[in-house]
Design a protein around this ligand. Structure first.
Ligand SMILES: [Zn+2]
Length: 238
């Protein structure tokens, strides 16, 4: 009886967490006027009501097409979660839980396995991922207290990873707030900056990453959404 109650409680918590995360991700389709980074807190309040994320807003200022990058951008390609890691995560995530796949009835979930948004009907899962820990396991680095983990959407099954070619930075909607966090070879944070994406979001990413790697100690950069800290992708030193 107690176990059943616990399982039910966990299911409710997971459902709530999934919906809250999706609300955040979807909210980024709401476009804000650029050049108003200090309005972030107001925007979070607005996001609390998912009804405010209107289709008309999205249509007014859609995510610009990817694949129109300049030469500088190609020097800093965004990296999806590695396929070998995904294989393990699809069995047990970095919080120690088996994923619970479900059909995505709404679409537009940002998938870190292939760096694109889902389409309605695809089988996805919300899992916990520890990007720095996984990277350190490959390199022998010791992030120590800098290790962290958080929720990411992935395809429930092998999707083959990102499409080939230079597709640019995903989820680069003008007005979205990003944080670029720099790490050194040990996996220790060495600095970071916030970025409010302007109309030319791709060029802004390229510029910000060039700035980050101009710091000699920067080994990799993690890009996250500002409001909830959701991990988006990693960029390694070229
Ligand atoms: Zn995928």
């Amino acid at each position: 009886m107690r176990e059943a109650a616990t399982a039910l409680g966990l299911a409710i918590v997971e459902r709530y967490f999934t919906e809250a995360t999706r609300r955040l991700e979807r909210r980024e389709a709401v476009n804000r006027p650029s050049g108003h980074a200090m309005r972030a807190s107001r925007t979070v309040g607005k996001a609390d009501n998912p009804d405010r994320t209107t289709e008309s807003d999205s249509r007014q200022r859609p995510e610009p097409p990817r694949g129109t990058l300049n030469a500088m951008t190609t020097a800093f390609p965004p990296l999806a979660i590695p396929s070998a890691v995904l294989k393990e995560l699809r069995v047990r995530d970095d919080a120690g839980h088996p994923p619970r796949p479900y059909p995505d009835d709404e679409g537009d979930a940002p998938l870190r396995c292939c760096l694109r948004s889902s389409t309605a009907g695809e089988r996805i899962a919300l899992i916990s991922y520890a990007p720095l820990r996984r990277w350190a396991a490959q390199t022998g680095a010791d992030p120590g207290a800098y290790d962290e983990q958080g929720p990411v959407f992935v395809h429930a099954d092998d999707c083959g990873g990102p499409a080939g070619g230079n597709l640019g930075y995903p989820w680069a909607r003008p007005g979205a707030l990003r944080v670029l966090r720099r790490y050194d070879r040990r996996g220790h944070i060495t600095g970071g900056r916030m970025l409010e994406l302007p109309d030319d979001a791709q060029a802004a990413f390229a510029h910000a990453l060039a700035e980050a790697f101009a710091e000699p100690e920067t080994a990799q950069v993690h890009v996250r959404a500002v409001e909830y800290g959701c991990y988006h992708f990693r960029v390694d030193r070229p």
